[in-house]
Design a protein around this ligand. Structure first.
Ligand code: NAD
Length: 271
């Protein structure tokens, strides 16, 4: 940890942005399962689905209400969870560094928002599970999922009255969760593609936390930051490709986010 703190302090003395990139591991200690563990699986009928099969446009087109049931269950889990010490530490870092800080998150759970990370400097590149948008893309807008729609239990389906609320307020067509699915592409208006690239290219320090490096834009963020000469640090309970990159840069911390990040942030803000 001391080597990583020293590397972060050296990076801070240079010009450039301080960027945090988070994945599902940051919310694991809040009780929200990552996609990698067995809790991620979901049963429909006689079949067990992996999230990578269900979080797809292809699955939504084939069985929209089953996919909605999975999202409304997960939305309930996210709403019942509380931000942990890692979310709090990131919000504190934002307050201390303001103009030179940005948070890029793959998480859809809203916990960064609830911990106090401001919308202006938080970029959810995979969407937000509390929001829906037109399934036919009649407009780019997204809307909060109506409060009248309850959290569903595992295996429970949305009733007719609730299905009637899951419609696009503009065209009346079916609404879909505002998340980026595995068979879809990033863009700027909905998923901050250009913004994330620009921030990464201007970074002096990039702290990557709790991601398994399976998705495309996070790879671009890490690659662009490395190309810009940023110091890269990784916090994860397991070895992962970003950890390997970090080992040749600012260092990799093998441990949980909620345990390690507050200590790192405390050292950074007292530089
Ligand atoms: P992932 O599930 O692929 O990987 C999670 C990573 O976190 C793993 O590398 C794991 O070793 C690490 N990890 C687990 N517990 C940790 C802890 N306590 N501290 C530090 N690291 C820990 O998640 P991903 O890489 O974010 O990507 C999968 C996709 O799933 C993303 O698109 C994301 O939008 C979505 N997702 C989001 C949530 C959420 O919003 N909380 C939850 C599950 C999946």
């Amino acid at each position: 940890m001391d080597d990583v703190i020293a590397a972060c302090q050296a990076a801070l003395s240079r010009k450039g942005q301080v960027v945090v990139l988070t994945g599902a591991g940051v919310s694991a200690e809040s009780g929200i399962p990552t996609f990698r563990g067995k809790e991620g699986y979901w049963t429909i009928g006689a079949r067990e689905y992996h999230p990578q099969e269900l979080a797809t446009w292809e699955a939504f087109e084939r069985m929209p209400w089953d996919v909605w049931a999975w999202y409304l269950y997960r939305r309930g889990v996210c709403r019942a969870a509380q931000p942990n010490a890692a979310h709090d530490a990131i919000a504190l870092l934002d307050r201390k560094l303001e103009g030179r800080f940005a948070l890029i998150t793959q998480n859809v759970d809203g916990l960064h928002r609830r911990a106090g990370s401001p919308i202006a400097r938080t970029f959810p590149i995979h969407g937000d599970i509390d929001y829906m948008r037109c399934a036919n893309d009649c407009v780019l807008d997204r809307w909060p999922i109506p409060e009248a729609i309850p959290a569903l239990a595992r295996g429970e389906a949305a009733g007719e009255a609730h299905r009637a609320l899951l419609r696009c307020p503009r065209c009346g067509g079916m609404a879909r969760p505002h998340v980026l699915w595995f068979d879809e592409s990033y863009d700027e208006p909905r998923f901050f593609l250009d913004t994330a690239r620009r921030i990464a290219s201007a970074s002096a320090l990039l702290v990557v936390i709790g991601t398994s490096a399976q998705t495309n834009l996070p790879w671009q963020v890490v690659t662009l930051a490395a190309r810009a000469g940023a110091t890269i640090v990784d916090i994860n309970i397991e070895p992962n490709p970003f950890g390997e990159i970090a080992e040749t840069s600012g260092g990799a911390i093998r441990g949980t986010a909620a345990t390690n990040l507050p200590r790192l942030v405390d050292a950074i803000i007292h530089t």
